[in-house]
Design a protein. Structure first.
Length: 217
């Protein structure tokens, strides 16, 4: 089965978690694009969505699905998003699509975080996928130096990418993240870091691994 087909099957399964009248938090990426397309079929049943990126907002509105402000909705019952890596404790690396900050905000606001992955994203230890970190532009070099000192990893500026928040992304290579909660806390404290693409303090609640049939963890 192709990676895309696995993503689509995970996204279809996630529709089972959507209940009537819900405001659904919506992540970003190619897996979520399948979820948005599936959500369009039941859009009359939901109260609306909160979007984690301009990209997802455009796709949602293209389907005629209402996009609301998190400031107006309060906490959400459900957040559905993809991930770049997932460990056995449902802790994640996210931010391959540079939407990590808004994704983290919505995850924090949500009672249930359902994460959709294809099987290639399951890892025993996080870090094979370079860890994205969103940084304030003037702090780019400072944060890179602190990353080297704190982690020993290799920071690479994602040149040409500006986030929806007007910031930059640094990807940290060569990590083996044995304590993701501690690393998330440490890196988040460096001045200039907006957010770290580790979702360990607030991991996923449910992980759906795409396949025939999808596996729910
Ligand atoms: C975007 C993300 C995505 O969820 C992650 O990159 C996975 O993307 P895809 O579904 O395209 O494989 O964190 O910031």
């Amino acid at each position: 089965m192709s990676q895309n087909e696995a993503k689509r099957l995970a996204a279809e399964k996630a529709i089972e978690y959507v209940e009537d009248g819900m405001v659904v938090g919506v992540g970003t990426g190619s897996t979520v694009a399948f979820f948005i397309d599936a959500l369009a079929r039941i859009k009359h049943r939901i109260a609306g969505t909160v979007s984690s990126s301009e990209q997802s907002t455009e796709r949602l509105r293209g389907h005629g699905i209402e996009v609301l402000e998190l400031n107006d909705t309060g906490d959400l019952a459900l957040y559905v998003d993809g991930a770049d890596e997932c460990d056995p404790n449902k802790r994640l690396i996210k931010g391959g699509g540079a939407a990590l900050t808004r994704e983290k905000i919505i995850a924090e606001a949500s009672d249930r975080f359902v994460c959709l992955i294809d099987p290639s994203k399951q890892v025993p230890v996080l870090g094979r996928f370079p860890l994205p970190i969103e940084v304030i532009p003037m702090a780019r070099s400072l944060v890179a130096r602190r990353i080297v000192a704190l982690t020993g990893g290799q920071p690479v500026w994602r040149d040409g990418v500006v986030t929806d928040n007007g910031n930059l992304v640094i990807d940290v290579h060569n990590l083996s993240i044995t304590d993701p909660v501690a690393l998330e806390r440490e890196l988040s404290q460096v001045p200039g870091v907006v957010s770290v693409g580790l979702f360990a303090r607030r991991p996923a609640d449910v992980v759906i691994v795409g396949g025939e049939p999808p596996r729910v963890l």
